[in-house]
Design a protein around this ligand. Structure first.
Ligand code: ACO
Length: 426
């Protein structure tokens, strides 16, 4: 039986239907509100707005739950690989053996990047941020890989092409930034092993592939693979809603992820910890600064729009930090500082009252540093992980029979109508 919400406005009473999700979450469908009352809704930052119905990811911010296609993310982190999880997100079900082989085969076939694209890297100024470069490169892919004629082929090939090439492009950009020879993907290596090899193998020091490190990278990317309607995913859906191609939509998602309040927080966390170390700041110094409203400084890697408890991904990443560092025999002073900061923040009234807990970015940079990834590439690592989620969300929006171009309204607060004045009369 459909539930309704009654709205009384002036002398009118209208009823709006309530939509109930699989896990009992409820939303008022306001799509007829303006037609019936002349009113629109106002919700800056979309803090209380559902933008779509989706079957991909479920989050419960109060309980700290995250599931992809119904499967808890901790189970995927324990048992799955990044490639299998990507298949799950995009296709809706875990692959059978044959399906996984076909998907992996396509990823392998698509792993080379057009040689002409290498020239692009040479022309970016040396100090360019890798996220800006990645966003441009992905946008440029449509010129190198024009649309295929059969719709299904277009989706399958474009999807695997993007997932495979983004990893090659990221490693290539690192090699070129160091003035090193590009290392090509190898067909005998898995997705994650291939990335590490393309990043760190050199003619004078062959890269040793360690199963535990490859596993850690799989887990890192699984944990980043989707997070429902966050800022970058919303960017992908909004840009895609104009029926633009997948490359351009993903390029917009990468640009949105770059910001320090979103994916760029993983870089900002390490910079904050390095600043503490360099200037001998205590955890309390940083916390007091983050609480004060005099500056815009925030405790980076803390807080989340949806999670009002510990981010389930942060729990897994924190545990993984100890494992990876001990495997690589690294003692990172930043890990001790991060733990100190977390402990102090979780005891502080301001953080307790505002429900601020570590998010996915708080500990992830420690792992990336240990793997040898440069700080300015941290958000690129996030983008590679998030790509399957962006693709799944883009695909879902394209297949939605009730699809509409994204076009919010506004309440105009500017000047009322006035006449144009010639320049000498102003
Ligand atoms: N440090 C200090 N205070 C904070 C923090 C923080 N990290 N996060 C939120 N607050 C405070 C705000 O100042 C505000 O306080 P007030 O109500 O007293 O004015 C209150 O908590 C609510 O903050 P909002 O910005 O309204 O919360 P919102 O849901 O819009 O923001 C966000 C969420 C952007 C993640 C925020 O918590 C933040 O800036 N965190 C730091 C950056 C970060 O780690 N981003 C990564 C998020 S995860 C991801 O995107 C991958």
């Amino acid at each position: 039986m459909t539930e309704y919400v009654k709205i009384i406005y002036g002398d009118k009473t209208i009823e709006l239907p309530v939509i109930t999700g699989t896990e009992g979450e409820k939303a008022v469908d306001i799509s007829t509100l303006r037609r019936k009352t002349g009113l629109i809704t106002l919700d800056p930052g979309y803090t209380n707005t559902g933008s779509c119905l989706s079957t991909i990811t479920f989050m419960d911010g109060e309980k700290g739950i995250l599931r992809y296609r119904g499967i808890p993310v901790d189970q995927l982190a324990e048992h799955s690989t990044f490639v299998e999880t990507a298949y799950l997100l995009i296709n809706g079900a875990l692959p059978k053996r044959k399906e996984l082989e076909t998907f992996s085969g396509l990823l392998n076939d698509q792993s080379l990047v057009h040689e002409d694209m290498q020239n692009f890297y040479q022309n970016f100024p040396r100090a360019s941020h890798p996220m800006g470069i990645l966003s441009s490169m992905v946008g440029a892919m449509r010129s190198f890989y024009p649309a295929l004629q059969i719709a299904e082929e277009e989706i399958n090939i474009t999807t695997t092409r993007l997932i495979s090439k983004i990893r090659t492009m990221a490693a290539m950009s690192y090699k070129i930034s160091r003035g090193h020879k590009v290392v090509y993907p190898r067909p005998d290596l898995s997705y994650c092993a291939n990335f590490l090899n393309m990043m760190f193998d050199t003619p004078v020091k062959p890269y040793h592939i360690d199963g535990d490190i490859v596993r850690a990278l799989n887990v890192f990317w699984i944990l980043h693979a989707d997070h429902e309607q966050n800022c970058s995913t919303t960017a992908v859906r909004v840009v895609g809603s104009g029926r633009v191609n997948l490359y351009a939509s993903i390029s917009a998602g990468i640009a949105a992820l770059w910001g320090p309040l979103h994916g760029g927080a993983n870089q900002a966390v390490i910079e904050m910890l390095q600043n503490m170390e360099k200037n001998g700041l205590s955890a309390n110094d940083v916390i007091e600064k983050a609480k004060g409203k005099e500056t815009s400084f925030r405790l980076m890697g803390f807080g989340h729009r949806v999670y009002k408890t510990y981010d389930p991904r942060a729990k897994i990443i924190k545990k993984m930090c100890d494992k990876v560092l001990s495997k690589l025999n690294i003692q990172d002073p930043l890990l001790a500082l991060a733990k100190e900061l977390e402990e102090a923040a979780l005891k502080d009234n301001y953080f307790v009252e505002h429900d601020l807990y570590p998010n996915v970015d708080f500990y992830s940079g420690i792992i990336l540093r240990a793997l040898g990834i440069p700080t300015n590439m941290f958000t690129v690592m996030f983008a590679i992980g998030r790509l399957p989620g962006w693709i799944a969300q883009w695909k879902e929006s394209m297949e939605d029979p009730d699809w509409k171009i994204s076009r919010p309204r506004q309440v105009y607060m500017g000047k009322p109508e006035r006449d144009y004045k010639p320049i000498d009369e102003r």
